[in-house]
Design a protein. Structure first.
Length: 208
């Protein structure tokens, strides 16, 4: 089980991807893909888990949206598609908010690198066959994160927590693929301590 601490902070709003500023396509992993998935889900085109990764399911959902809107149905979310999508659905950023809240609850006493590392563990789990295939399901998987179990997840995340979440979503991984972490000074799990340590960042040992 992973361990966090307790503190007070303020929340932030999340902006939609800027039409004309980018092109999103298969193979891209970013916070903008996550927002795209949430918008497509709100409109009924995307019914898979939110991952922040533009895979084949996201491509098919974009193509269906494009066909319905009379746009070129190539499955690539270019400026015209993003502009139309932004007019149809507001990006609430709930999944980004959940990731920032987890980082805040688990690692707000850590360095910025340590906070990004916690976010990266969540994303690594999403892409692992051993865990659920969505950010929300990984975060709320029973017994995995102390901040969720003891209610610290419900405190409002800071600007730094959001920044760390975005870094992780955009592919930054200081842990080099870690799937677990724990604080060796206070952890009681023999199983956690038995796993080979990849590296230590602040108070956390990261493992696979």
């Amino acid at each position: 089980m992973l361990l966090g601490t307790c503190a007070m902070a303020v929340g932030l709003t999340v902006a939609a991807p800027s039409a004309g500023a980018q092109k999103l396509e298969q193979g891209v992993r970013s916070e903008h893909v996550l927002q795209l998935q949430e918008q497509l889900s709100d409109l009924g085109y995307f019914d898979a888990g939110m991952t922040g990764y533009y895979g084949s399911i996201t491509k098919s959902a974009v193509r269906e949206f494009q066909q319905a809107q009379g746009l070129s149905a190539d499955g690539v979310a270019g400026p015209a598609t993003l502009n139309r999508l932004n007019k149809k659905a507001k990006a609430e950023g709930e999944t980004l908010r959940q990731l920032a809240k987890l980082i805040h609850g688990e690692a707000r006493g850590e360095s910025f690198e340590g906070q990004v590392a916690v976010g990266a563990v969540v994303l690594n789990r999403v892409h692992s066959d051993a865990f659920p295939s969505s950010i929300s399901k990984v975060i709320f998987q029973k017994g995995q994160f102390t901040a969720v179990d003891d209610g610290q997840f419900n405190t409002k995340p800071t600007a730094t927590s959001y920044k760390a979440a975005r870094k992780a979503l955009n592919g930054v991984d200081p842990t080099y693929g870690a799937l677990y972490y724990y604080n060796p000074k206070i952890a009681t799990s023999v199983w956690s301590k038995s796993r080979p340590t990849l590296l230590t960042i602040g108070q956390h040992d990261f493992t696979r």
